[in-house]
Design a protein around this ligand. Sequence first.
Ligand SMILES: NC(=O)c1ccc[n+]([C@@H]2O[C@H](COP(=O)([O-])OP(=O)(O)OC[C@H]3O[C@@H](n4cnc5c(N)ncnc54)[C@H](O)[C@@H]3O)[C@@H](O)[C@H]2O)c1
Ligand SMILES: [Zn+2]
Length: 360
Amino acid sequence: MKTLYVELGERSYPIHIGPGLLGRADLLQPAIHGRQVMIVTNETIAPLYLEAAQAGLSGYDLQTVILPDGEQYKNLDTLNRIFDALLEHRFNRKCTLVALGGGVIGDLAGFAAASYQRGVDFIQIPTTLLAQVDSSVGGKTGVNHPLGKNMIGAFHQPNCVLADTDTLATLDDRQLAAGLAEIIKYGLIRDADFFAWLEKNMDLLTARDTDALIFAIARSCLNKAEVVAADERESGQRALLNLGHTFGHAIETGMGYGTWLHGEAVGTGMLLAAQLSARQGWLDAGEVERIEQLLTRAGLPTRIPGEMSTRQFLDLMAVDKKVMDSGLRLVLLKGIGAAVVTGDFDPDLLRATLDAAHAG
Ligand SMILES: NC(=O)c1ccc[n+]([C@@H]2O[C@H](COP(=O)([O-])OP(=O)(O)OC[C@H]3O[C@@H](n4cnc5c(N)ncnc54)[C@H](O)[C@@H]3O)[C@@H](O)[C@H]2O)c1
Ligand SMILES: [Zn+2]
């Protein structure tokens, strides 16, 4: 097991990573301050991992809420089901919510914890690779609104994150690849050594080798933790974590939500960012080639879907939430491991990049 810390003063917390962590009372209990504990999970995860998680929480007044599975349930109605359960069981301000699941469950349970009785304790037990390397770390919580994704939310840090690598065994290959995209992202934005490690070890990761997974998850969390510690509320460098996301959101929206997984869209988006960076003269062709190869080995798509025109793509990018008054700003690369947020790119080169990146 590896343990690292997100350094946020009084709100600092540990991230434990390794096999067999579900149900480790010794890791869970230091993060719990009252007697009442509510596990929030979904219909897919409950039959797989609920019993093991409950085993680590015996001795508490333990309740469970099992929600339907899917991004379409990350909304205020579902959030209310968590509040209903908390109130029915008379949970007090010293209660603890435990999120057992992927990013959807983490965001829902985290927002419930942020707002129930003005904030209660919260533990993340992420069970997807994406949640283990991204959504469970950093304290962003929230739900979707019919008019926008993640539009209602709060910053609320967990007391502890427990990433059990054994849970990744039941994840399907596409979900695994989607998590790998966010892992590759950390290498690209600020950790060239990690990128080189990924080039050597990608086959072990896709084969779900435990030691390789622990290393990659820990290194990813370390990178995210450093960025979050420096910029908890995303006023500056935290925006670098959005590499590939403006392009990716255009694909997710253009294809209809759920057609491409978020991580898949981000994978292609990162390659587009690299290709535009190369056209700007900031990255050489060999570096773009390395990025494309690594994404391909991770099982990620690298072309824009044929049914999306460049015009549609540009329109969708311009409504992305990272647009500022000064125009479209993008996270681009000045090298592998060196991302920048910039509005200083040539729109003609952006168009040329999109034209060249279509499938078929
Ligand atoms: N808060 C943040 O900083 C942050 C960052 C990135 C993403 N997110 C959010 O996270 C969500 C995406 O997270 P996700 O990719 O984990 O999706 P998800 O939570 O929908 O999980 C993907 C699917 O895998 C299933 N699943 C989960 N664990 C499993 C396991 N161990 N074995 C088998 N199946 C399992 C889930 O039930 C679901 O069907 C989005 O809502 C996104 O907005 C939040
Ligand atoms: Zn992402």
